[in-house]
Design a protein around this ligand. Structure first.
Ligand code: GUN
Ligand code: ZN
Length: 437
């Protein structure tokens, strides 16, 4: 195979530590005029551009983003691609929102052509927002899973996805059974997991839409395929919590249901986790289970305020990543998602430091998927996925940036005022997949 060498020049940012500490700014390392060299989709060198350029082979393709920030590609660790068409749907909280908007939309994804077009729209939206990896819910239909993995394979994207399983409390045309959900998931897992950079995520929607039999089958599947991931929802909404208590009266709490069926562990990502009790938090810590923080969803469908500080500054920390949760979430922009995470922290009386916010969307999300050795940071040996931020993307941002007095200040301005207009380019597997100009 031919060797493909790409290099990016710009203001390179790297996480050299964990910013959930007393001095978050120290977790960031930067090269104001930096160069990243990549070969066949992996980072081979990082350093000052003037020096490194001397070593660049003549067949390399050089992308000059001087004056712009080069960050690790953003990782959306919880999103529903079939819900792209119902983003911004009015006036309902979780259960009513699912029944009114979500289920009718998801019912269309048995048509693989429809699903392919929707998957493409979804991927283009992600790239236009600097998202280079995601953990994605498909629908009950195996076609919806094939469609997404096929489209993502065109970019050799590190994507995790899975077929939603539901065998109760959903419309008849959106139900599988404990057996068919297991069989279809297993076949898809064996077909896609490890194909290129694809990862399969076993995806029971949430405890209320699965019978105990389906939960059992799901746990059995993960036991047979521990290399796969698991994703589901937990403790998002008060009415949902009550419902789980009625449906599963024999378990101590919501997380206790997943615990009972062997669904917790390294590689399991639970969406939301807003109302966890101390026992649940301890179990997540002990099992290495992660949480996807979905700020714009939690405000948009009125679910509540996730305590991001509480999951880090404790003797029992939990891995947390950042997620759009479209279409419950109201934006594909990770910058907007960070802004909402900041606002949610403010409403609880503390501030989310910008380095912590960017970390959650990169290293943090990678850690939820146990992929932090491969994605989410800019280090030699890691995969070549990048987001490039134009720090002067709007008149207001240009004006405000004139008064910024530090790199941290500049990054904060981007996450508060920036959106898709700030994403200058996106690279996946060392190749440009999006560019504004
Ligand atoms: N809980 C179960 N399904 C869903 C979903 O599609 N979106 C959100 N936000 N929560 C859920
Ligand atoms: Zn969700």
């Amino acid at each position: 195979t031919v060797r493909t060498i790409t290099a990016l020049r710009g203001h390179v940012l790297q996480f050299s530590g964990d910013p959930f500490c007393d001095n978050p700014a120290e977790a960031l390392t930067d090269w104001p005029d930096g160069l990243i060299i990549t070969e066949n989709g992996k980072i081979t060198a990082i350093g000052d551009a003037v020096e490194l350029l001397k070593t660049l082979p003549s067949d390399a393709v050089l992308y000059d983003h001087s004056g712009k920030f080069i960050l690790p590609g953003f990782i959306d660790c919880h999103v529903h691609y079939p819900q792209t068409e119902i983003i911004a749907s009015y006036g309902a909280q979780l259960i009513e929102w699912l029944n009114t908007y979500t289920f009718p939309a998801e019912a269309k994804f048995g048509d693989i052509e429809y699903a392919r077009r929707a998957a493409d729209v979804y991927l283009q939206q992600s790239f236009a927002n600097g998202i280079t990896s995601a953990s994605v819910y498909c629908t009950i239909h195996p076609e919806s899973v094939d469609a997404l993995f096929e489209q993502a394979a065109r970019y050799n994207m590190r994507i995790a996805a899975g077929k939603v399983m539901m065998d109760r409390n959903a419309p008849a045309n959106l139900r599988d059974t404990a057996q068919s959900g297991y069989d279809q998931s297993k076949a898809l897992l064996e077909k896609w997991h490890g194909q290129g950079r694809a990862l399969y995520s076993i995806t029971p929607r949430f405890a209320p839409t699965s019978t105990p039999e389906q939960m059992e089958a799901t746990g059995a599947l993960w036991k047979e395929h521990p290399e796969a991931l698991v994703q589901t929802h937990t403790s998002e909404n008060r009415q949902e919590l009550e419902w789980v208590g009625e449906l599963y009266p024999e378990h101590p709490d919501y997380v206790g249901v997943y615990e009972h069926y062997g669904l917790l562990g390294k590689g399991c990502v639970l969406g939301h986790g807003i109302y966890l009790n101390d026992r649940e938090k301890a179990v997540l810590h002990e099992t290495g289970t992660s949480i996807a923080h979905c700020p714009t969803s939690n405000t948009f469908i009125g679910s509540g305020l996730f305590d991001v500080r509480g999951s880090h500054f404790t003797h029992q920390p939990i891995r947390v990543g950042l997620a759009t949760d479209v279409g419950g979430g109201s934006s594909f922009s990770i910058l907007t998602t960070m802004r909402t995470a900041y606002e949610i922290a403010q409403l609880q009386g503390y501030s989310l430091h910008p380095v912590q916010a960017y970390y959650l969307a990169t290293v943090g999300s990678a850690k939820t998927l146990y992929q932090e050795d491969r994605i989410g940071n800019i280090k030699v040996g890691m995969e070549a996925d990048f987001a490039v931020i134009d720090p002067l993307s709007t008149p207001l941002i240009r004006h405000r940036m004139g008064y910024a007095n530090s790199l941290i200040d500049q990054l904060f301005i981007q996450m508060i005022l920036g959106d898709d207009r700030a994403i200058a380019a996106t690279y996946v597997d060392g190749k440009r997949v999006y560019s504004q100009a």
